[in-house]
Design a protein around this ligand. Structure first.
Ligand SMILES: NC(=O)c1ccc[n+]([C@@H]2O[C@H](COP(=O)([O-])OP(=O)(O)OC[C@H]3O[C@@H](n4cnc5c(N)ncnc54)[C@H](O)[C@@H]3O)[C@@H](O)[C@H]2O)c1
Length: 384
């Protein structure tokens, strides 16, 4: 029988998240055979750094290499559509970073191509795979919080607080017309939909750009490196994407929601928080303390569960790697999402388990993003 080690993978992207993919794949035991960056020099030095067999210098080389089974796409958003499409048409399974594409036309086409190809095609919304988020899903599935009334929360960071902070994401032609919401807000929306099973059906959004001009360094700058880089020469650029925004949400079935997303919240490095409240109880989780989850009750004392496999459900067990007291965090979620993806390649989809997000789900996030843009422009509710 085939195992993870029989699957050959190439990762495209050598910035922040490409190496996170490589580490997680190696921990899982998948055979990472090569890497490609934005230049020959970057491809070669990444190959060396990660001890891989091959540095690919062109994307076509990966497509034509019969040894390659899977391509991970971890490059700026503008390349996601073209690379995913070519990879699927070349017969490779695809794990693409989020957001899936720059607009709904691209993501819609990718869904059709993925469906016809019968290949596995995933979008890397990894936060579903924190063990306590799976535990939250289990509690909701078992009706332990009753009918869901509200889902509120935020996703906030501070790395783009100053006008001197710059990254390709702030440019609509590189990252898409929505920035903060597409980049991090979609993580939150994917997560709450995954744990509650509820789909967002309409939105009312108010977006703001507090820095209409930013200072762009002359030369490439990789994600999150701006805060530590030395003084460099810059040029003024006009910003056409939002720094932050609030969104009212209506979910199918009647639950209401409210989300605040910002890349200008000082002191908040990367905080995703949700609170789901229902007719019997509530659940709250915060990515800054991901190994604790809060259960709220009206008629008995509230509880805090610290991640511990011996106290957790059967649903969570396959996605827990360590005993209680040994924290599992960001990098572990990549291992677990890839486990779900590679198990599907080897054995078909396991509908009983936690599924990696498909291209159809990635497409739904883009649909929400476009509805948010329209709502902000028209100052009205928009139904998806
Ligand atoms: N799932 C997550 O938690 C998560 C976290 C961060 C980023 N992301 C996503 O990952 C993607 C990459 O983000 P990042 O933060 O790593 O960006 P980054 O800027 O740090 O790195 C991007 C890398 O892509 C390379 N690149 C650019 N064009 C290329 C091309 N044509 N061919 C090959 N390589 C090319 C760049 O040289 C750079 O190394 C984005 O889509 C982002 O939304 C996801």
């Amino acid at each position: 029988m085939k195992t993870y080690a029989d699957i050959n993978v190439v990762v495209v992207g050598t910035g922040f998240i490409g190496p996170v993919h490589i580490e997680a794949l190696k921990r899982l035991g998948v055979n990472v055979i090569g890497i490609m960056g934005s230049s020959s020099q970057k491809s070669k030095s990444a190959r060396k750094k990660f001890g891989l067999k091959k540095a690919y210098l062109q994307f076509d080389e990966i497509l034509q290499d019969k040894a390659v089974d899977v391509i991970h796409i971890a490059v700026p958003n503008i390349f996601h559509y073209d690379m995913s499409k070519k990879a699927l048409l070349a017969g490779k399974h695809v794990m693409c970073e989020k957001p899936l594409a720059m607009n709904i036309f691209e993501s819609n086409e990718l869904v059709s191509i993925a469906k016809e190809s019968k290949l596995e095609a995933g979008v890397c919304y990894n936060t579903r795979f924190y063990p306590l988020n799976i535990e939250a899903k289990n509690k909701i599935q078992k009706n332990e919080i009753g009918q869901v009334f509200s889902i509120v929360g935020n996703y906030v960071q501070d790395w783009l607080l100053y006008e001197t902070d710059y990254n390709w994401r702030v440019m609509a032609d590189q990252g898409g017309a929505l920035r903060a919401i597409a980049d991090i807000g979609t993580h939150w929306m994917d997560l709450v939909s995954s744990i509650t099973g509820l789909t967002i059906e309409s939105v009312f959004a108010d977006l703001s750009t507090f820095h209409p001009t930013r200072k762009r360094p002359k030369g490439e700058i990789e994600t999150f490196s701006g805060k530590t880089s030395k003084q460099i020469e810059t040029e003024n650029i006009t910003i056409d994407t939002e720094d932050c925004g609030s969104i009212l949400l209506k979910f199918k079935g009647g639950a209401k929601g409210c989300l605040w997303v910002s890349q200008l919240n000082a002191g908040r490095k990367n905080q995703m928080r949700y609170e789901v409240s229902g007719s019997k109880g509530a659940i709250a989780w915060n990515s800054e303390t991901p190994n604790e989850i809060w259960y709220g009750y009206r008629d008995k004392p509230n509880e805090i569960l610290s991640k511990d496999p011996s106290l957790m459900s059967n649903l969570s067990q396959p996605y827990l790697s360590y005993p209680g007291g040994h924290n599992e965090g960001f990098s572990d979620t990549f291992k677990q999402i890839f486990k779900s993806f590679y198990d599907s390649i080897l054995h078909g989809k396991n509908k009983e388990g936690i599924m990696y997000p498909t291209f159809a789900e990635g497409h739904h996030e883009i649909k929400i993003c476009e509805a948010i843009l329209e709502s902000n422009k028209k100052e009205k509710w928009v139904i998806l």
